[in-house]
Design a protein around this ligand. Structure first.
Ligand SMILES: NC(=O)c1ccc[n+]([C@@H]2O[C@H](COP(=O)([O-])OP(=O)(O)OC[C@H]3O[C@@H](n4cnc5c(N)ncnc54)[C@H](OP(=O)(O)O)[C@@H]3O)[C@@H](O)[C@H]2O)c1
Length: 180
């Protein structure tokens, strides 16, 4: 089985994924009358499960409407004890170090994972566990907030697979990790 860990996320020009208050409404700053999904659905088709930090999970829980993910979501948390009844069979709490978390999820048969949430992504990157980055850059400077990237113990090289412009304003770069 081939294991793969991917990131699909949007950032501000200054590298934030949420503003100082945790807000993400700036992600929708450019009109999108035709509801272009900017590659999201085709990305999701090739994902078996999501691994999501607790803060991102709580943000999604606060959205109006139905639970948006068509795949199992493993939520990393050392503080949550339960999930709402309506998310039984959809959301699973998990704890531990990134490698242990991956072993648990792989043992359940999920191999291609979407890793989401700033702290979560940072902890997986630090352990060298991310293979693919799909990052859409929004033309705004937030001046502070929740960072996508943090410190690493050593550099990680990627190569550009593709670069696309959406809505005349958003640049989506798709990077693949280079083998050492
Ligand atoms: N721009 C975008 O496309 C985009 C995408 C996703 C998220 N966001 C936003 O970005 C913000 C992300 O918040 P965040 O950076 O604080 O991160 P996060 O990764 O969503 O959540 C961090 C939390 O995950 C839990 N956790 C448990 N084990 C962990 C581990 N091994 N590594 C990392 N975290 C672990 C901890 O929860 P406990 O405290 O419960 O232990 C920790 O506080 C949110 O506001 C979200 O809405 C934006």
């Amino acid at each position: 089985m081939e294991f793969k860990n991917s990131i699909f996320i949007a950032t501000s020009l200054d590298g934030y994924i949420a503003d100082k208050n945790g807000g993400i409404d700036w992600l929708l700053s450019v009109p999108n009358p035709d509801h272009d999904d900017m590659g999201y659905n085709s990305f999701m088709e090739n994902i078996d499960a999501l691994v999501m930090g607790r803060v991102t999970y709580e943000t999604v829980l606060g959205f109006q409407g139905e639970w948006p993910y068509p795949r199992p979501v493993f939520v990393l948390s050392n503080t949550l004890n339960s999930i709402p009844d309506h998310l039984n069979e959809k959301v699973f709490l998990i704890q531990g170090k990134p490698k242990e978390i991956l072993e648990t999820i792989h043992s359940k048969g999920f191999s291609r994972l979407y890793i989401d949430g700033g702290k979560t992504i940072q902890s997986f990157l630090k352990e060298g566990l991310i293979n693919e980055l799909i990052i859409t850059t929004i033309p705004i400077l937030l001046g502070g907030g929740f960072s996508l990237f943090g410190e690493l113990n050593s550099l990680i090289n990627f190569e550009l697979k593709s670069s696309k412009v959406y809505l005349g304003n958003y640049v989506q770069n798709h990077f693949i990790r280079l083998k050492k």
